[in-house]
Design a binder for this molecule. Structure first.
Ligand code: SIN
Length: 282
């Protein structure tokens, strides 16, 4: 791997993983300084492929933070799951005895915020021998695949996203639920979001946080929501990533949803995530 500044944006190796989503990026060491041209190229690749994967990286928290910072202001808040001393880094762990957040539902990070994250950088620290993959869904492709009549029906609709956890999640980790759910707000977003960089239409509802469609009778709204949310689970819109130690995923949170498969029993899975906010000019 090359740490020298001689690596240029043109030296990046891009391997597409699925027709519309996911690319593995080689030829770059994420510890290196990223030139403005390199940052621009990576950002363009992110918008195009929606999730980028980097293998065999030896980055630590400071490198992860420095990398994330290149793409927008990193988010810093008390989730109750922060790495000690880092309000920007959220621990996502299972099997290690610390509170866990249920990430095995399709979701867009922080869609319950008025301005949800632009993206996130996730670093694998300890992974199960097998299992614990993360699946990503292309919600631009999901929108494109809707029948024209449904596209017309949902045009202009607004959905409510609520960060307070469901009773199922309370069962998952009651202590964390009690201490943190009241801090998560709710927000309204168009059901069809326009991507701030690509201009593409994105199907922007998710089964974890979206609770209702405004202005529709509950039964009709619930039915429509269940139908729209189910689109993330269609394999043709997905890429599935198998983690290795040193793997990094960088996703565009505007155009994707993700789901961490919880298929590894009591094995330990430790990841650290940094959320990146939208820049003010977007
Ligand atoms: C997340 O849902 O933000 C984390 C996904 C993962 O742990 O793979």
């Amino acid at each position: 791997m090359n740490l020298s500044s001689a690596v240029t944006a043109d030296d990046i190796i891009v391997t597409k993983l699925c027709p519309t989503i996911g690319a593995e990026i080689g030829g770059i060491d994420l510890r290196a300084q990223l030139s403005p041209a390199m940052q621009k190229r990576i950002r363009a690749l992110l918008v195009e492929h929606k999730v980028l994967f980097f293998r065999d990286q030896t980055i630590d928290r400071e490198h992860q933070l420095a990398f994330a910072t290149k793409f927008g202001p990193v988010e810093a808040y008390d989730s109750g799951l922060n790495v000690t001393g880092y309000r920007e880094i959220v621990r996502i762990e299972s099997g290690s005895g610390i509170p866990k957040i249920p990430t095995n539902t399709w979701h867009t990070d922080a869609s319950f915020m008025a301005r949800p994250s632009m993206g996130a950088v996730l670093r694998a620290i300890e992974i199960p021998e097998v299992g614990g993959d993360t699946l990503f869904a292309d919600m631009a492709a999901a929108y494109d695949g809707l029948p024209e009549a449904i596209k017309k029906d949902i045009d202009g609709l607004v959905a409510i996203h609520d960060g307070r956890k469901t009773p199922e999640e309370k069962e998952y980790d009651a202590e964390w639920y009690e201490s943190h759910t009241s801090k998560f707000p709710s927000a309204e977003h168009p059901v069809v979001m326009i991507h701030s960089e690509s201009g593409r239409k994105i199907l922007y509802v998710n089964s974890r946080y979206t609770t209702a469609i405004k202005g529709l009778p509950k039964r009709d709204g619930d039915e429509l929501l269940a139908y729209l949310c189910s689109k993330a689970a269609i394999p043709e819109y997905q890429v599935r990533f198998k983690w290795r130690i040193g793997s990094i995923a960088f996703w565009d949170n505007r155009s994707t949803q993700h789901y961490a498969s919880a298929d590894y029993g009591n094995a330990v899975r430790r990841m650290e995530r940094i959320g990146i906010a939208e820049r003010a000019d977007q």
